[in-house]
Design a protein around this ligand. Structure first.
Ligand code: GUN
Ligand code: FE
Length: 425
């Protein structure tokens, strides 16, 4: 690794002042040592000439299922509960060690290629160790966990687990992987959603998350049918129930949050719960449109995730950002969820959600060197040099514009060539 100097780039810092300027970034091992115009190249190991290139903080995707990458296209045109029962659960049940590993590697490759540098990932019930191995090799910064699902009649035999085993296996994985690769990998307890989990399991997850001070990552209020089941079984709405269990706090990452009522929104706001907005998945599974504009007004920590490949068909943040900016405009007007607000969700918002805004999410001295170098000189972006660069990225850029990705100071893709993942996989 050593020292890398990125020279003469347009730098979108996403710092407190939203500084954007032409300058250099000096990376020393895993961190940004300096960021300013005209830095000296004395004693650096490598210089990257970034003239006419744009450097951005790496994207933080707060809801991903690496174990589902191989299922892309196998669950099209279904709504959530049918999609899970008819397609996804049987496919997850059929996974073996090797298929989980390759599913993870394919997803990781796709995200590195499109400038994502941190993910919050949900695996399936078994073979999670092999997904962690893929994450470790890929160089991705990740918070991941084995899915927990100790309840439900329609779960295939291969996915059924009992409460004690689910917890024990999670703790074993946590002890093996949390803090691995100099802290690049973290463990999160990952109960699938309320209808797959017993109260006993969720209460234990709550106290284990307090004990280990690790994140809890789950789905909530994604689909009306799901909410009806939660209400019938618990007598409560999703978020009210999670709060009753003790899970609603700043370590909780809740994917979707589409059908929240006012009480649930207030709990999320009061307890500092993090919402992962997944617009592509929400449209494709016909789940609905989350009330992101009001949550944004209320100061809730918002971030973005592509969700799994079979509920979105792509894992890149450009797609999510564009959808996040577009879907509210017909109802709320053209300025709502503008390019900058959406870009914040994709970078510093994600960093806040994972409790790492002091380390990632913006380009600043002392922070981790997690970034992407974009070439915005292609036909679809080139004619618009006088456009705000963030607007250009949100509305026009694609994954093909990402040239180089650096995570923890390590070049994981350079000039479109993967360094850590074999593209022939
Ligand atoms: N809810 C419970 N499991 C899942 C899943 O795998 N994907 C999505 N999108 N929602 C879920
Ligand atoms: Fe999901």
């Amino acid at each position: 690794m050593g020292k890398i100097l990125i020279k003469n780039a347009e730098i979108i810092t996403m710092n407190q002042n939203d500084d954007i300027f032409i300058g250099d970034i000096l990376i020393n091992e895993d961190r940004i040592e300096d960021i300013a115009p005209n830095l000296s190249s004395n004693s650096v190991d490598k210089v990257i000439d970034a003239t006419h290139r744009t450097v951005i903080p790496g994207f933080v995707q707060t809801h991903i299922h690496l174990c589902q990458t191989l299922f892309r296209g196998k669950g099209d045109d279904l709504e959530l509960l049918d999609w899970l029962k008819k397609r996804i659960w049987p496919l997850e049940a059929a996974h073996n060690e090797e298929s989980i590993y390759y599913s993870a590697m394919l997803g990781l490759g796709e995200m590195i290629e499109s400038g994502t540098t941190t993910i919050v990932d949900m695996e399936t019930v078994h073979h999670t160790d092999f997904a962690f191995q893929a994450i470790s090799q890929s160089g991705m910064r990740a918070i991941s966990g084995k899915v927990m699902m100790d309840k439900g009649d329609e779960v295939p035999v291969g996915l059924q687990e009992n409460t004690a085993d689910s917890i024990q296996q999670s703790v074993d994985l946590l002890e093996k992987w949390h803090g691995h690769d100099q802290g690049r990998i973290q463990y999160a307890f990952t109960p699938r959603f309320v209808i797959s989990c017993t109260e006993e399991l969720l209460k234990e997850v709550s106290s284990l998350s307090d004990h280990y001070q690790v994140k809890v990552h789950t789905h909530a209020s994604e689909n009306k049918g799901e909410i009806e089941i939660v209400e019938a079984e618990t007598g409560m709405r999703n978020v009210v129930y999670l709060d009753h269990i003790g899970l609603a706090n700043e370590r909780l990452i809740l994917a979707h949050c589409i059908w929240l009522n006012d009480e649930e929104k207030k709990i999320i706001q009061k307890r500092g719960v993090n919402v992962s907005h997944c617009p592509g998945s929400n449209l494709k599974l016909a789940s609905g449109i989350a009330d992101i504009p009001h949550m944004h007004q209320d100061g809730i920590t918002l971030s973005l995730g592509a969700d799994g490949a079979p509920c979105n068909n792509n894992l890149n943040m450009f797609n999510e950002m564009r959808l996040a900016a577009l879907i509210h405009k017909p109802h709320h007007g053209p300025t709502v969820m503008n390019a900058k607000e959406v870009f914040q969700m994709a970078t510093i918002g994600g960093a806040k959600a994972v409790g790492m805004s002091h380390e990632i999410g913006s380009l600043e001295i002392g922070k981790k060197a997690d970034l992407a170098i974009l070439d915005l000189n292609q036909f679809h972006t080139y004619p618009s040099f006088d456009v705000d660069p963030i607007s250009r990225i949100v509305y026009s850029a694609t994954r093909a514009d990402v040239e180089t990705t650096i995570i923890d100071g390590k070049i994981v893709m350079e000039n479109h060539i993967m360094k850590t993942i074999d593209k022939s996989l």
